[in-house]
Design a protein around this ligand. Structure first.
Ligand code: ADP
Ligand code: MG
Length: 394
């Protein structure tokens, strides 16, 4: 789960991590009040969306308006906020369709001496890792590709946190000394604590700035949480902003399905993430483009399969659907009955290709054959992929 920058900064501030003063606003009136509350001289107006790259991103239909801008008067603050609120911001991370801005963060302007990159991610082979680079403000992916030696890594154990020597080593490599090094010790330690305490999958401070006074401050903050841990963080769940998420993905999550929308035109309904990945590969191999990743899970029931069809067929790009099931825990009879039930309640408006294998496969195929539904059956994976690619192209 993702949250907005202003929400992440509230969590950080609560944990004693230094962030600029800021007030979130949803209307231009609230922006004027916020600007006054921050002193009325200058401020930064920052669009709040679940995507980065806002500083360089631009508003659709108004290319001169970026997602982050310094303003020097109430009028300017209101003008810029008005240009952002309700408009679509396109950044490298939103894709061409962009994301609607519903809130802006009005923040103190920080005097930046240096910008540093700081992130904490999970390395699956060891555990949490703190990543830092003196190339702050840039895309970390670009630094990783062009000069990986400029990214410093310090793995730490969740139950111990960062050691003092690791923090000193990092501070030295980042060229921080004196007040800045002391500030770094507090900052890094507390950030690692936040990462662990909140079961984060990512915390990214880009840029972390060294101010003119030698203090470290989180100028930007991105926080993602491990969905599997949300049950023990009701406070975090309250921060969820469904308006920022794909409606179909929200619908799927409610039904207990793993669904990711993609750009192609072949809907895939598969059980098991591995089979779902190979199904997508095979479709591409045979010249098609999957419209989604959808894993109904090992033990899906009829209700879930109906919801899965609903989601697939709601996607206007979908020209054909491939059902690829390897019955293990789930019997092929269950999926066959679910297909019939889905036909009754959703209706199929595109060709349906079905490949069944595994437990009770014969009975499952018979159910489908007797139904007289217009289904194209496939004998194996390759056959299924070829047939669905042909059907989508027809
Ligand atoms: P994004 O990563 O989405 O582009 P950031 O929050 O990193 O958004 O802001 C982009 C840039 O804007 C920063 O690298 C920084 O140079 C500038 N900036 C952001 N917030 C402030 C602030 N409070 N004071 C001064 N400059 C800021
Ligand atoms: Mg940033």
């Amino acid at each position: 789960m993702k949250i907005h920058e202003y929400q992440a900064k509230q969590i950080l501030a609560k944990a004693g991590v230094a962030v600029p003063r800021g007030i979130v606003a949803e209307s231009t009136e609230a922006v004027a009040d916020a600007f006054a509350a921050l002193g009325g001289k200058h401020a930064v107006v920052k669009a709040q969306i679940h995507a980065g790259g806002r500083g360089k991103g631009t508003v659709k239909g108004n290319a001169s308006q970026h997602g982050v801008q310094v303003v020097h008067s109430t009028d300017e603050a209101v003008l810029v906020a008005g240009n952002l609120l309700g408009q679509t911001l396109v950044t490298v991370q939103t894709g061409a369709e962009g994301q609607v801005v519903r809130r802006v963060l009005i923040e103190d302007v920080c005097e930046i001496a240096r910008e540093i990159y700081l992130g904490i991610v999970v390395d699956r082979s060891s555990g949490p890792v703190l990543l830092a680079s003196s190339q702050g403000g840039m895309e970390i992916e670009q630094i990783a590709a062009e000069s990986p030696e400029r990214i410093f890594r310090e793995p730490f154990r969740p139950d111990i946190g960062l050691h003092g020597f690791q923090i000193r080593k990092l501070a030295r490599k980042l060229g921080l000394s004196g007040t800045a090094a002391r500030s770094a010790a507090t900052f890094f330690t507390r950030l690692a604590d936040v990462f662990v305490n909140y079961d984060c999958s990512l915390v990214e401070i880009n840029p972390l700035v060294l101010t003119a006074h030698g203090e470290l401050l989180a100028l930007d903050a991105k926080m993602n949480f491990d969905d599997n841990s949300l049950f023990r963080h009701p406070d975090v769940l309250q921060l969820r902003d469904l308006a920022e998420e794909q409606p179909a993905e929200v619908h799927a999550a409610d039904a207990g399905l793993s669904y990711v929308k993609l750009d192609g035109n072949i809907g895939c309904l598969v059980n098991g993430a591995g089979l779902a990945m190979s199904t997508m590969d095979l479709i591409q191999y045979h010249g098609g483009q999957p419209a989604n990743f959808l894993d109904v899970g090992g033990g899906a029931n009829v209700h879930q399969v109906i919801e899965a069809f609903r989601i697939l067929l709601d996607d206007r790009n979908v020209r054909a659907v491939l059902v690829n099931i390897f019955g293990g825990i789930m019997h092929c009879t269950t999926i066959a009955e679910a297909i019939l039930a889905a036909y009754k309640s959703v209706g199929f408006n595109v060709p349906l290709i079905v490949r069944l294998e595994g437990t009770e496969v014969q009975q499952g195929r018979e159910i489908l054959a007797q139904s007289r539904l217009d289904i194209i059956t496939a004998d194996d994976l390759t056959d299924a992929a070829k047939k669905v690619v042909a059907a989508a192209a027809a």
